[in-house]
Design a protein around this ligand. Structure first.
Ligand code: FE2
Length: 328
């Protein structure tokens, strides 16, 4: 894999202090540079990234630096975010949580970061647990089995998303409502109920250092400060935060199991854990395809690095001579 020469690490921040860009990303000024005869600003603009806004208002960002991304949105998510997925492509598409999603009524409130519950796990270990509710009864004994009808729990396998539906017990319907959990391959989630929404992502520092971040949104009509807001924070958010902490603790424990050989190869339940297999197959397929591409190209492939930048780094003789010390 190519590495940036160390001098770039300080050159870039130093330059950026004196560079300004227009809203369209074109270089506007670069102190002491823009007056040079051989410095065309147009060649030093920011490179474009790709965005996709779903009908629900979710904005997806793809940092692929190519004009046409290697993986377009439709290749990644298919019809997962269409308001009414095509019934012929999925017999269960009559269940569509986003028909219930009100895109104009959410306000960002805060982000919860999970490191206090543990960080020593791989993000894929957490993702495994997110693909099933087999663990719900024993992994969340004081919450989910008490308030939700786990026997009616339902999972609809999407194109790049696994969509979980957790209906409240009949006597708890007014209090809890139905909960919708959409896992986005590879490492994100959208979770919403009638009163809150979490947009979850993972900050994976290295293989065994992961932090789960839960962006928390509230309905616009909850004024701050107010008794209703405090109650929402303590009761609604507090309920799910407790569940999230348990999930992180489960991931830490499962990781320990993988590392000491207790967990490993085994048989997944064909009904309860079919999405775990779906997920693991997707990871395996992605890694295999990427490895094959790199073997074919004869070099490391990173779609977020502009081609000309990668070529520059590849051509640098010093970079090629250096081993891991280049990090310093
Ligand atoms: Fe869980």
């Amino acid at each position: 894999m190519s590495e940036s020469p160390p001098y770039e690490s300080w050159l870039r921040p130093t330059l950026s202090t004196y560079m300004t860009y227009l809203p369209n990303g074109a270089l506007h000024t670069a102190r002491e540079y823009t007056s040079l005869p051989n410095f065309p600003p147009a060649e030093h603009s920011l490179f474009k990234i790709h965005t996709h806004i779903t009908p629900q208002g979710f904005i997806f960002v793809n940092l692929d630096s190519s004009p046409i991304p290697f993986i377009p949105f439709a290749t990644q998510f298919g019809d997962d975010f269409l308001p009414t997925p095509n019934p012929s492509s999925n017999p269960n598409s009559h269940i569509n949580e986003y028909e219930l999603f009100s895109k104009d009524s959410w306000t960002y409130d805060h982000t919860w970061e999970s490191s206090t519950a543990g960080t020593r796990y791989n993000w894929k270990t957490f993702a495994d647990g997110f693909q099933e509710c087999y663990h719900c009864a024993t992994g969340h004994p004081s919450t989910l089995p008490r308030d939700f009808s786990l026997s009616s729990y339902y999972l609809r396998q999407g194109f790049g998303a696994s969509r979980h539906f957790l209906p409240a017990k009949t006597e708890k319907e007014d209090e809890m409502g139905e909960s919708y959990i959409t896992w986005l391959y590879p490492m994100g989630a959208i979770i919403f109920t009638g009163t809150l929404m979490f947009i979850a992502r993972f900050d994976a520092q290295v293989a065994l250092d992961t932090r789960y971040q839960s962006e928390t949104y509230q309905k616009k009509d909850l004024a701050k400060p107010s008794h209703r807001y405090d109650e929402w924070l303590a009761k609604d958010v507090g309920y799910w935060r407790f569940v999230e902490v348990e999930d992180v603790e489960l991931a830490v424990a499962a990781q320990r199991g993988f590392m000491n050989g207790v967990l490993g190869r085994g048989r997944l339940h064909s009904v309860q854990e079919h999405a775990v297999k779906w997920y693991q197959d997707k990871v395996r397929e992605t890694l295999t395809q990427h490895a094959e591409t790199e073997m074919r190209e004869g070099e490391a492939v990173d779609y977020s690095i502009p081609k000309e930048q990668a070529a520059f780094e590849e051509a640098d003789a010093v970079c090629k001579m250096m081993g891991p010390e280049i990090e310093w």
